[in-house]
Unconditional design. Structure first.
Length: 234
């Protein structure tokens, strides 16, 4: 579904991605792992059009999207949830959710508000609360739910567990897996918590200083002790 070939992205003289090849298959969770500064966030920003690749090709669902703008990427079926839980704090939970449907992709059957509330019941309970009153975990649920209302074919998630309590992180990872298994969504997940990411992933890609240093099934990567110690921190 998503294919990167020879993708290089730079910030001035700094090469953040160096000739990256990556394939994320349809209906699967592909986890991108690595230490801080490995290029994980730049990878998602480059795929979603927020940062333009300097060279290489990005194809999504058979279409060359290398030079598309972020809004056209969204219409093509990509939904990017960046790190930071960017909710509009002056709006209510319900109003934030309704914004997600404005750029809705037409490639899949529309996702309803009731469906995302079923996934995250707390959002239904707090639908009239202002977003600034939400906890960190609730904000993370809100931004994921808002992205789902755009009816994407692939969800790009950047560090969804960052700063969250283990119980909330486990809940969010569980929903991600559910979205793949029961709703047919494809997910490209960037995550610092390698153990949790690999527990729900089908495929893992490890970045080191902007290069792909390993790519294999999540099971194989989890069992590679040398790789875990060198790049994954556990």
């Amino acid at each position: 579904m998503l294919e990167l070939r020879g993708v290089t992205s730079r910030y001035g003289p700094v090469t953040a991605l160096d000739n990256v090849d990556l394939v994320a298959e349809e209906g699967r969770v592909t986890s991108v792992l690595g230490a801080n500064g490995a290029g994980k966030t730049t990878l998602l920003r480059t795929v979603s059009g927020l940062h333009r690749a300097d060279s290489g090709t990005i194809r999504f669902d058979g279409q060359d999207i290398t030079k598309l703008s972020p809004d056209r990427m969204a219409r093509a079926g990509l939904a990017h949830v960046p790190e930071g839980r960017g909710v509009i704090t002056e709006l209510t939970v319900r109003e934030n959710l309704r914004l997600g449907a404005l750029g809705r992709s037409t490639h899949r059957e529309a996702v309803s508000l009731d469906e995302v509330v079923d996934l995250f019941p707390i959002l239904g309970e707090r639908s009239h609360a202002l977003a600034h009153t939400l906890s960190g975990g609730e904000r993370q649920m809100l931004v994921i739910a808002r992205a789902l209302l755009a009816t994407p074919k692939m969800l790009l998630l950047d560090e969804p567990s960052l700063g969250l309590a283990p119980r909330i992180s486990a809940q969010i990872f569980g929903v991600i897996r559910l979205l793949v298994e029961e709703h047919g969504l494809s997910v490209l997940l960037v995550e610092q918590n390698a153990r949790s990411a690999l527990s729900i992933a089908d495929l893992g890609v490890v970045l080191g200083l902007g290069k792909v240093v390993a790519c294999d099934s999540a099971e194989v990567l989890s069992g590679d002790e040398n790789l875990r110690h060198a790049y994954l921190g556990y």
